[in-house]
Design a protein around this ligand. Structure first.
Ligand code: ADP
Length: 501
């Protein structure tokens, strides 16, 4: 029996093949236990369970206000087990204690609670403009659940993202099969227990950790799935979109980014220096919204680079669970190799390594996957380190000549997920309005909130998650037309004659 099992139709079970894989603590390289390895057959069984659970109405036919009560109980369940969840998140993902508690566990609670608040809005049909032509009628918009949802999430915010997908799907009355990333399956398994204990009926949520080409492909192509939500790389997102097209599934994609932080000349540098570092080095840069490009005007450039380097030296890199550590490891040996590869590319392309640039191995860190906070200056927009998503602690600093130039460089990317402007609010807001990105922070960074929509322009994604806008994406919009005039003569189709003008 695997230490962490699949959760299908309300029961924990092993994979049909009996196969397992190990989940690794990226701070130490040690195994935390075995995980049942879902393959195509297991994913298909989970979809079948979700299909039955949707079609018989055990969840979808409840009033949204009743579903909201269950979601509130889930939020409470997360709160009651917060310590245990945070500890596992730290060990399984290399999240610092603060990140695990605030972003992952705190975020999960916040999402379930907020979607519980939004859900009852779906009970009331929305009035539509009335019409008298061709005869009087009243019209309204009813929101139905879409059906069976599948969700595939990455390894950087496992519990929070599981909560994103599950809370929105459930609030709208859908059932769901979630595939956590194989690197970070533990907290989703614990969440399954919480959902069950909170009264989510069997089959409504199913959890199948496993590799993408097997279980993942099944979840995005199975005809029993109505809606796909994928968070991950742009490359895999394109494959997901292609496969989902087979049965024309509604698809939301939240993909990569190369977000720009624009520093204006009138910024409060005390605030901005720390904020910029947070924008790139939070969770070792393994965040889709990471502000990995800093755009600085010529006047401030040298001072800013100097101050960033000095302040970056205060970041304490170490094992995620250790006291005082502010930056943990990368998720895997593979990710370490990718990030070190990009650092090599940056140096070869002619950027100046201002700080960092190496793997950290001292004090017992050699068994984990640690990279020093790294800053490159003299980066030009054509360099790969200015264009490609690195997903690690690497900041590329680019110069701009004036505000128009800054906006042009910021938008010169195939991505458009997020960005920030540091400066006086009035000037910064004007720049923010010109950035092609789904979220722009002014004098802040990384703040996502279940009440506000989130998603990407361009190749950063399709659709929006969160907020009422995001929740509505988990519904089908049904227009109902009720004719008021009951006389046969008033109907256009009666005896098939064309009415006289
Ligand atoms: P990451 O770097 O987070 O692994 P990916 O975009 O490669 O980013 O993968 C994100 C998730 O998508 C992972 O959980 C992976 O298992 C899954 N995945 C990978 N390939 C496919 C695929 N062809 N179809 C569906 N899911 C996939």
């Amino acid at each position: 029996m695997a230490d962490f099992q699949l959760f299908i139709d309300g029961a924990f079970c092993d994979a049909e093949s009996g196969e397992t894989f190990d989940t690794i603590d990226p701070s130490t390289g040690e195994s935390l236990g075995t995980v049942a390895k879902a393959d195509r057959a297991d994913a298909a069984r989970a979809v079948a369970a979700a299909r039955v659970a949707f079609d018989d109405g055990r969840w979808s036919a409840k009033r949204a206000s009743e579903r909201a009560g269950v979601l509130k109980a889930v939020a409470k369940g997360v709160k009651d087990r917060a310590g245990e969840l945070a500890e596992w998140e730290t060990r399984d993902t290399g999240a610092t204690v603060v990140k695990a508690k605030a972003a992952d566990v705190g975020g999960a609670m916040f999402w379930f609670r907020t979607m519980a608040e939004f859900a009852p809005l779906l009970d009331e049909p929305e009035a539509l403009p009335q019409t008298m032509a061709p005869g009087p009628s009243y019209n309204y918009l009813q929101r139905d659940p879409v059906g069976v949802c599948s969700a595939i999430i990455p390894w950087n915010f496992p519990l929070q993202m599981a909560a994103w997908k599950i809370s929105m799907a459930l609030a709208a009355g859908n059932t769901i099969v979630l595939k956590p990333a194989p690197q970070t399956p533990v907290t989703a398994t614990l969440l399954a227990e919480i959902l069950r204990d909170a009264g989510v009926p069997d089959g409504v949520v199913n959890i199948v950790p496993g590799p993408g080409p097997g279980a993942g492909e099944e979840l995005v192509s199975n005809a029993g799935v109505d809606r796909v939500s994928f968070t991950g790389s742009t490359e895999v997102g394109k494959q997901v979109m292609r496969m989902a097209a087979g049965t024309v599934k509604t698809t939301t994609l939240e993909l990569g980014g190369k977000s720009a932080q624009v520093l204006l000349d009138d910024a409060d540098l005390e605030l901005a220096i720390d904020g910029i570092l947070y924008g790139i080095f939070f969770h070792a840069g393994q965040v889709c919204t990471a502000g990995s490009r800093l755009l600085v005007g010529d006047a401030l450039h040298d001072e800013v680079v100097e101050r960033l380097v000095a302040r970056a030296a205060d970041i304490r890199v170490g094992r995620a669970g250790d006291r005082g550590v502010t930056m943990g490891p990368l998720i895997s040996a593979r990710q370490l190799e990718t990030v070190l590869g990009y650092i090599d590319v940056g140096a070869k392309e002619g950027a100046t390594l201002a700080t960092g640039g190496e793997q950290l191995t001292a004090d017992g860190l050699d068994a984990g996957f640690f990279v020093a906070p790294t800053i490159f200056s003299d980066v030009t927009p054509d360099m790969r380190i200015a264009r490609e998503e690195i997903f690690g602690p690497v900041l590329s600093v680019l110069r701009y000549s004036d505000t128009d130039d800054a906006v042009r460089i910021a938008n010169d990317t195939s991505y458009g997920l997020a960005g920030a402007v540091w400066g006086s609010p009035s000037k910064a807001q004007r720049v923010a309005s010109r950035l092609q990105a789904g979220t722009v922070w002014v004098n802040d960074y990384h703040l996502l909130n279940p009440k506000y929509p989130f998603g990407g322009y361009k190749q950063s994604g399709v659709g929006r998650e969160h907020g009422l806008l995001g929740l509505l994406e988990y519904t089908e919009a049904k227009h109902v037309h009720v004719a008021i005039d009951q006389s046969r003569a008033s109907k256009r189709w009666f005896d098939m004659t064309v009415p006289q003008a």
